[in-house]
Design a protein around this ligand. Structure first.
Ligand code: RIB
Ligand code: CA
Length: 321
């Protein structure tokens, strides 16, 4: 196997974050250097606890989990309990984590890791508001040129908003942070609602999760059944969009995705369109492209890979011959 790809997952679990983290921990191509938590779907004390619950469910209690920023750079925190429930992982009751939370602040871990690892060898995978990433870039501007890539879930263009008519949640919560990230100069790949709304669960796909068996299979199925309520009520179609797993799916199988390299800027002023990703899909502004903005996915292949790989976490640990 070629060298593992080093990644840092920045996250606000959230059921879909949980599926993304499980997929990453189940994939030997990826070396998860750490999981940094941010306030988003639910407040920080819950997102960092949930991240540890997920790592223990994956059988990876040695994963380093860090707590980061508990509020956006310059705004009050907006959360999404209406989507994810009060705990952020509603759908199944899992035991409190035993594994430790790292003492180091997530932002310091991000800076230290990018400075310690060879330039261009660490990929940042934000799955929530971009507060931790932006804070790291503000404190240590030198790290921007050391980032291999930022592969993030956030934004929307043709799909428009899911928290306001114009904005997707991750960007909306901290638009100032998003502006810093999109202007930092590092290579950026965006998994917006335009692609994640095509990564929909179905009865058969949820049954495929449940068929994995054990607490792992039940958690996957129960989380997506819980998480689906919001989207079915809003959009009227069956299925929960697996937003965050698309980030990890892209790392593992980029050939399953397609989009355009375009200019993307963030609305930070207008109360009406705050947090909108202004994506120049038709190339009318003349502004320099700064992000690969994906809108296509091979959904059956994505779910086949996701389910097959996460099922390996249930496999009994290999015993010495
Ligand atoms: O808009 C979807 C995004 O917001 C996902 O990352 C979900 O987990 C929430 O954070
Ligand atoms: Ca998330």
């Amino acid at each position: 196997m070629s060298a593992q790809r080093k990644i840092i997952i920045d996250t606000d679990p959230g059921q879909d974050d949980a599926v993304a983290i499980l997929l990453a921990l189940a994939s030997p191509e990826l070396e998860v250097l750490g999981i940094t938590c941010v306030a988003g779907n639910v407040p920080l004390p819950l997102t960092e606890k949930n991240a540890r619950v997920i790592c223990e469910l994956a059988g990876k209690p040695g994963t380093r989990v860090f707590a980061g920023c508990d509020a956006p750079l310059s705004r009050a925190l907006v959360t999404a309990e209406h989507v994810h429930g009060k705990t952020g992982l509603d759908g199944i009751a899992l035991p409190d984590p035993v594994m430790p939370l790292q003492a180091q602040h997530a932002v310091d871990f991000i800076i230290e890791t990018l400075r310690a690892e060879a330039p261009g060898t660490v990929t940042l995978c934000p799955l929530g508001p971009l507060t931790n990433i932006a804070t790291a870039l503000q404190r240590a501007p030198d790290i921007a040129s050391r980032i291999q890539s930022i592969v993030l879930m956030g934004g929307a263009y043709f799909e428009v908003g899911n928290i306001t008519p114009a904005a997707e949640f991750n960007i909306y919560v901290d638009p100032e942070a998003a502006e810093i990230v999109f202007k930092c100069g590092a290579p950026i790949v965006v998994l917006p609602l335009d692609v994640t709304h095509k990564a929909l669960t179905s009865r058969a796909r949820v049954q495929g999760f449940r068929d994995i068996g054990g607490t792992l299979g039940e958690a996957l199925a129960s989380w997506t059944e819980f998480f689906e309520r919001f989207d079915v009520a809003k959009y009227g179609h069956e299925g929960a969009p697996l937003h965050d797993p698309c980030v990890i799916g892209y790392l593992l199988a980029p050939e399953l995705f397609a989009g355009r390299f375009i200019n993307v800027e963030i609305e930070t002023q207008s109360p009406l369109t705050l947090g909108m990703t202004v994506a120049d899909w038709w190339g009318v502004t003349g502004r320099a492209p700064n992000a690969l903005f994906l809108d296509q996915i091979d959904t059956p292949a994505f779910f086949e890979m996701l389910t097959r790989r996460i099922a390996t976490l249930n496999a009994p640990a290999a015993t010495a011959p």
